[in-house]
Design a protein around this ligand. Sequence first.
Ligand code: FE2
Length: 300
Amino acid sequence: MLSRIFFRRAFSSSHKPKVECLFHEDTNTCCYIVSSNHTGHAAVIDSVLDYDSVNHRSSTNHVDKVISKIRSHHWTLSHILETHIHADHLTGAQVLKKAFPEAKSVIGANVVKVQETFAKALNLKNISLKGSEFDILLRDGDKFSVGDLEFKAISTPGHTPACMVYVVGDAVFTGDTIFMPDFGTARCDFPGGSAEELYNSIKKIFELPDTHRVFVGHDYGTESRKPAWETTVFSEKHHNKQMNIKTTKEEFVTWRKGRDAKLSLPKLIMQSLQVNLRNGKLPEPESNDVVYFKIPVNLL
Ligand SMILES: [Fe+2]
Protein backbone atom coordinates (compact mmCIF):
# COMPACT_ATOMS: atom_id res chain seq x y z
CA MET A 1 0.00 0.00 0.00
CA LEU A 2 2.78 2.39 0.95
CA SER A 3 4.52 1.93 -2.36
CA ARG A 4 1.23 2.57 -4.19
CA ILE A 5 0.74 5.84 -2.28
CA PHE A 6 4.34 6.81 -3.00
CA PHE A 7 3.86 6.08 -6.70
CA ARG A 8 0.62 8.07 -6.89
CA ARG A 9 2.20 11.11 -5.20
CA ALA A 10 5.29 10.95 -7.37
CA PHE A 11 3.15 10.54 -10.46
CA SER A 12 0.90 13.51 -9.72
CA SER A 13 3.80 15.75 -8.74
CA SER A 14 5.81 15.07 -11.87
CA HIS A 15 2.83 15.18 -14.23
CA LYS A 16 1.14 18.28 -12.85
CA PRO A 17 3.82 20.33 -11.10
CA LYS A 18 2.86 23.21 -8.87
CA VAL A 19 3.33 26.50 -10.75
CA GLU A 20 3.17 29.91 -9.15
CA CYS A 21 3.56 33.20 -11.01
CA LEU A 22 5.03 36.21 -9.25
CA PHE A 23 4.06 38.90 -11.73
CA HIS A 24 6.43 41.87 -12.07
CA GLU A 25 4.18 44.81 -12.77
CA ASP A 26 6.81 47.33 -13.89
CA THR A 27 7.97 45.12 -16.78
CA ASN A 28 4.87 42.89 -17.15
CA THR A 29 7.12 39.87 -16.66
CA CYS A 30 5.78 36.52 -15.50
CA CYS A 31 8.35 35.05 -13.11
CA TYR A 32 7.51 31.46 -12.17
CA ILE A 33 8.36 29.14 -9.32
CA VAL A 34 7.86 25.49 -10.28
CA SER A 35 7.95 23.09 -7.36
CA SER A 36 7.52 19.45 -6.54
CA ASN A 37 5.16 18.63 -3.69
CA HIS A 38 6.90 15.33 -3.35
CA THR A 39 10.61 16.18 -3.07
CA GLY A 40 10.47 19.89 -2.13
CA HIS A 41 12.73 20.91 -5.02
CA ALA A 42 12.00 24.05 -6.99
CA ALA A 43 13.11 25.99 -10.06
CA VAL A 44 12.67 29.69 -10.84
CA ILE A 45 11.99 30.77 -14.41
CA ASP A 46 12.79 34.34 -15.55
CA SER A 47 13.46 36.24 -12.35
CA VAL A 48 13.64 40.05 -12.33
CA LEU A 49 16.04 42.60 -10.85
CA ASP A 50 14.17 45.89 -10.47
CA TYR A 51 15.60 48.85 -12.35
CA ASP A 52 14.28 52.38 -12.08
CA SER A 53 15.26 54.00 -15.38
CA VAL A 54 14.36 57.51 -14.24
CA ASN A 55 16.54 57.57 -11.14
CA HIS A 56 18.94 54.88 -12.40
CA ARG A 57 18.77 52.69 -9.33
CA SER A 58 18.57 48.93 -9.14
CA SER A 59 16.81 47.12 -6.31
CA THR A 60 15.95 43.59 -5.32
CA ASN A 61 12.31 44.08 -4.23
CA HIS A 62 10.82 41.53 -6.59
CA VAL A 63 13.49 38.85 -6.41
CA ASP A 64 13.45 39.19 -2.60
CA LYS A 65 9.78 38.15 -2.71
CA VAL A 66 10.76 35.09 -4.73
CA ILE A 67 13.45 34.23 -2.18
CA SER A 68 11.00 34.69 0.72
CA LYS A 69 8.47 32.43 -0.97
CA ILE A 70 11.05 29.68 -1.48
CA ARG A 71 12.31 29.96 2.09
CA SER A 72 8.80 30.01 3.59
CA HIS A 73 8.07 26.66 1.93
CA HIS A 74 11.53 25.27 2.80
CA TRP A 75 12.02 24.43 -0.87
CA THR A 76 15.44 23.52 -2.27
CA LEU A 77 16.10 25.81 -5.24
CA SER A 78 18.05 23.63 -7.66
CA HIS A 79 17.82 25.58 -10.94
CA ILE A 80 17.51 29.19 -12.09
CA LEU A 81 16.18 29.13 -15.65
CA GLU A 82 16.19 31.81 -18.32
CA THR A 83 13.96 31.33 -21.35
CA HIS A 84 16.29 33.70 -23.26
CA ILE A 85 18.40 36.85 -22.97
CA HIS A 86 15.68 39.34 -22.12
CA ALA A 87 15.68 42.82 -23.62
CA ASP A 88 12.98 44.34 -21.44
CA HIS A 89 14.03 43.48 -17.91
CA LEU A 90 17.15 42.64 -15.95
CA THR A 91 17.45 39.10 -14.59
CA GLY A 92 17.63 38.59 -10.83
CA ALA A 93 19.75 35.43 -11.31
CA GLN A 94 22.76 36.70 -9.35
CA VAL A 95 20.59 37.63 -6.36
CA LEU A 96 19.10 34.14 -6.41
CA LYS A 97 22.57 32.59 -6.73
CA LYS A 98 23.74 34.51 -3.69
CA ALA A 99 20.74 33.32 -1.65
CA PHE A 100 20.93 29.73 -2.97
CA PRO A 101 24.57 29.07 -3.97
CA GLU A 102 23.85 25.45 -4.94
CA ALA A 103 21.31 26.45 -7.62
CA LYS A 104 22.46 26.07 -11.24
CA SER A 105 21.90 28.80 -13.84
CA VAL A 106 20.44 27.45 -17.06
CA ILE A 107 19.99 28.94 -20.56
CA GLY A 108 20.02 27.80 -24.19
CA ALA A 109 23.46 27.10 -25.70
CA ASN A 110 22.81 29.63 -28.45
CA VAL A 111 23.37 32.31 -25.83
CA VAL A 112 26.87 32.27 -27.31
CA LYS A 113 25.47 33.72 -30.56
CA VAL A 114 23.63 36.44 -28.63
CA GLN A 115 26.78 37.24 -26.65
CA GLU A 116 28.81 37.52 -29.87
CA THR A 117 26.25 39.78 -31.54
CA PHE A 118 25.80 42.24 -28.71
CA ALA A 119 29.34 42.21 -27.32
CA LYS A 120 30.38 43.38 -30.78
CA ALA A 121 27.52 45.86 -31.23
CA LEU A 122 27.96 47.43 -27.78
CA ASN A 123 31.75 46.96 -27.71
CA LEU A 124 31.55 45.11 -24.38
CA LYS A 125 34.76 43.64 -22.98
CA ASN A 126 33.66 41.52 -20.03
CA ILE A 127 31.61 38.89 -21.84
CA SER A 128 32.98 35.32 -22.10
CA LEU A 129 31.54 34.71 -25.60
CA LYS A 130 31.38 31.07 -24.45
CA GLY A 131 28.31 31.23 -22.20
CA SER A 132 30.51 30.45 -19.21
CA GLU A 133 28.60 32.98 -17.09
CA PHE A 134 25.93 30.24 -16.88
CA ASP A 135 26.29 26.80 -15.27
CA ILE A 136 24.32 24.75 -17.81
CA LEU A 137 23.92 25.40 -21.55
CA LEU A 138 21.07 23.41 -23.09
CA ARG A 139 20.54 22.11 -26.60
CA ASP A 140 17.25 21.11 -28.21
CA GLY A 141 15.78 18.08 -26.46
CA ASP A 142 18.07 18.21 -23.41
CA LYS A 143 16.54 17.09 -20.11
CA PHE A 144 17.38 17.81 -16.50
CA SER A 145 15.79 17.01 -13.14
CA VAL A 146 14.47 19.29 -10.43
CA GLY A 147 13.83 16.72 -7.70
CA ASP A 148 11.33 14.31 -9.23
CA LEU A 149 10.36 16.82 -11.95
CA GLU A 150 11.89 16.20 -15.37
CA PHE A 151 12.33 19.33 -17.46
CA LYS A 152 12.77 19.15 -21.23
CA ALA A 153 14.14 22.05 -23.26
CA ILE A 154 12.79 22.77 -26.73
CA SER A 155 14.85 25.14 -28.85
CA THR A 156 12.51 27.85 -30.18
CA PRO A 157 14.55 30.49 -32.04
CA GLY A 158 12.85 33.42 -33.72
CA HIS A 159 12.52 36.10 -31.05
CA THR A 160 16.20 35.45 -30.26
CA PRO A 161 18.53 32.60 -31.32
CA ALA A 162 18.81 31.30 -27.72
CA CYS A 163 15.09 31.04 -26.90
CA MET A 164 14.08 27.87 -25.08
CA VAL A 165 10.64 26.59 -24.16
CA TYR A 166 10.64 24.41 -21.04
CA VAL A 167 8.21 21.51 -20.65
CA VAL A 168 7.74 19.82 -17.27
CA GLY A 169 4.84 17.41 -16.82
CA ASP A 170 1.82 19.17 -18.31
CA ALA A 171 3.30 22.66 -17.91
CA VAL A 172 4.86 24.55 -20.85
CA PHE A 173 6.83 27.75 -20.26
CA THR A 174 6.89 29.63 -23.53
CA GLY A 175 9.00 32.66 -22.60
CA ASP A 176 8.75 35.16 -25.46
CA THR A 177 7.63 32.88 -28.27
CA ILE A 178 3.88 32.96 -27.94
CA PHE A 179 1.82 35.06 -25.52
CA MET A 180 -1.81 34.81 -24.37
CA PRO A 181 -4.13 34.02 -27.33
CA ASP A 182 -5.61 37.53 -27.34
CA PHE A 183 -2.15 39.12 -27.26
CA GLY A 184 -0.23 37.13 -29.89
CA THR A 185 3.43 36.41 -30.49
CA ALA A 186 6.90 37.87 -29.87
CA ARG A 187 8.68 40.42 -32.03
CA CYS A 188 11.44 39.10 -34.28
CA ASP A 189 13.33 42.26 -35.25
CA PHE A 190 16.22 42.18 -32.80
CA PRO A 191 19.61 41.17 -34.30
CA GLY A 192 19.51 37.37 -34.75
CA GLY A 193 15.69 37.32 -34.77
CA SER A 194 13.68 35.68 -37.55
CA ALA A 195 9.93 35.61 -38.19
CA GLU A 196 10.39 32.46 -40.31
CA GLU A 197 12.12 30.70 -37.42
CA LEU A 198 9.50 31.89 -34.92
CA TYR A 199 6.77 30.35 -37.09
CA ASN A 200 8.57 26.99 -37.04
CA SER A 201 9.17 27.28 -33.29
CA ILE A 202 5.51 28.00 -32.51
CA LYS A 203 4.57 24.96 -34.59
CA LYS A 204 6.63 22.88 -32.13
CA ILE A 205 4.46 24.22 -29.27
CA PHE A 206 1.32 23.32 -31.25
CA GLU A 207 2.54 19.71 -31.42
CA LEU A 208 2.32 19.34 -27.63
CA PRO A 209 -0.85 17.79 -26.12
CA ASP A 210 -3.91 20.08 -26.31
CA THR A 211 -4.49 19.91 -22.57
CA HIS A 212 -0.99 21.02 -21.57
CA ARG A 213 -1.00 24.22 -19.55
CA VAL A 214 0.81 27.11 -21.26
CA PHE A 215 2.52 29.75 -19.10
CA VAL A 216 3.62 32.84 -21.02
CA GLY A 217 6.62 35.10 -20.38
CA HIS A 218 4.82 38.45 -20.41
CA ASP A 219 1.31 39.80 -20.40
CA TYR A 220 0.04 43.34 -20.65
CA GLY A 221 -3.69 42.81 -20.12
CA THR A 222 -6.27 44.17 -22.53
CA GLU A 223 -9.11 46.68 -22.28
CA SER A 224 -11.36 43.89 -21.04
CA ARG A 225 -9.06 41.96 -18.72
CA LYS A 226 -6.20 42.30 -16.26
CA PRO A 227 -2.80 40.67 -16.90
CA ALA A 228 -3.04 36.87 -17.09
CA TRP A 229 -0.47 34.21 -17.84
CA GLU A 230 -2.02 30.75 -18.07
CA THR A 231 -3.75 29.22 -21.09
CA THR A 232 -3.61 25.86 -22.91
CA VAL A 233 -2.02 24.48 -26.04
CA PHE A 234 -5.55 24.01 -27.44
CA SER A 235 -6.41 27.70 -26.92
CA GLU A 236 -3.18 28.83 -28.53
CA LYS A 237 -3.66 26.52 -31.51
CA HIS A 238 -7.21 27.65 -32.16
CA HIS A 239 -7.45 31.18 -30.81
CA ASN A 240 -4.05 32.90 -30.92
CA LYS A 241 -4.84 36.06 -32.83
CA GLN A 242 -1.52 36.29 -34.65
CA MET A 243 -0.69 32.67 -35.28
CA ASN A 244 -2.96 29.64 -35.00
CA ILE A 245 -3.13 26.32 -36.82
CA LYS A 246 -4.76 27.95 -39.84
CA THR A 247 -2.07 30.62 -40.29
CA THR A 248 0.33 30.00 -43.17
CA LYS A 249 4.02 30.78 -42.86
CA GLU A 250 3.76 33.44 -45.54
CA GLU A 251 0.84 35.15 -43.80
CA PHE A 252 2.62 35.13 -40.45
CA VAL A 253 6.00 36.32 -41.73
CA THR A 254 4.48 39.16 -43.76
CA TRP A 255 2.34 40.31 -40.84
CA ARG A 256 5.10 39.94 -38.23
CA LYS A 257 7.65 41.91 -40.28
CA GLY A 258 5.16 44.69 -40.94
CA ARG A 259 4.24 44.93 -37.28
CA ASP A 260 7.87 44.83 -36.08
CA ALA A 261 8.81 47.70 -38.39
CA LYS A 262 6.51 49.95 -36.35
CA LEU A 263 7.70 48.96 -32.85
CA SER A 264 9.95 51.10 -30.65
CA LEU A 265 12.80 49.53 -28.69
CA PRO A 266 12.01 48.25 -25.18
CA LYS A 267 12.69 50.94 -22.58
CA LEU A 268 15.36 48.92 -20.75
CA ILE A 269 17.01 47.17 -23.69
CA MET A 270 20.53 48.54 -23.22
CA GLN A 271 20.64 47.98 -19.47
CA SER A 272 19.02 44.55 -19.84
CA LEU A 273 21.48 43.31 -22.44
CA GLN A 274 24.53 44.48 -20.52
CA VAL A 275 23.34 42.66 -17.38
CA ASN A 276 21.66 39.61 -18.87
CA LEU A 277 24.57 38.66 -21.15
CA ARG A 278 26.53 38.32 -17.90
CA ASN A 279 23.80 36.28 -16.21
CA GLY A 280 22.67 39.15 -14.01
CA LYS A 281 26.01 40.77 -13.14
CA LEU A 282 26.09 44.55 -13.41
CA PRO A 283 29.01 46.03 -15.37
CA GLU A 284 32.24 46.21 -13.37
CA PRO A 285 32.62 49.46 -11.41
CA GLU A 286 35.04 51.94 -12.99
CA SER A 287 38.09 53.39 -11.18
CA ASN A 288 35.84 55.71 -9.16
CA ASP A 289 33.78 52.70 -7.97
CA VAL A 290 30.72 53.77 -9.95
CA VAL A 291 28.88 51.37 -12.29
CA TYR A 292 27.95 52.74 -15.72
CA PHE A 293 25.78 51.49 -18.56
CA LYS A 294 26.62 52.23 -22.17
CA ILE A 295 23.85 53.79 -24.24
CA PRO A 296 24.75 53.60 -27.94
CA VAL A 297 23.34 56.22 -30.28
CA ASN A 298 21.78 55.33 -33.66
CA LEU A 299 22.67 51.65 -33.25
CA LEU A 300 19.37 49.77 -33.40
FE1 FE2 B 1 12.23 38.85 -24.73
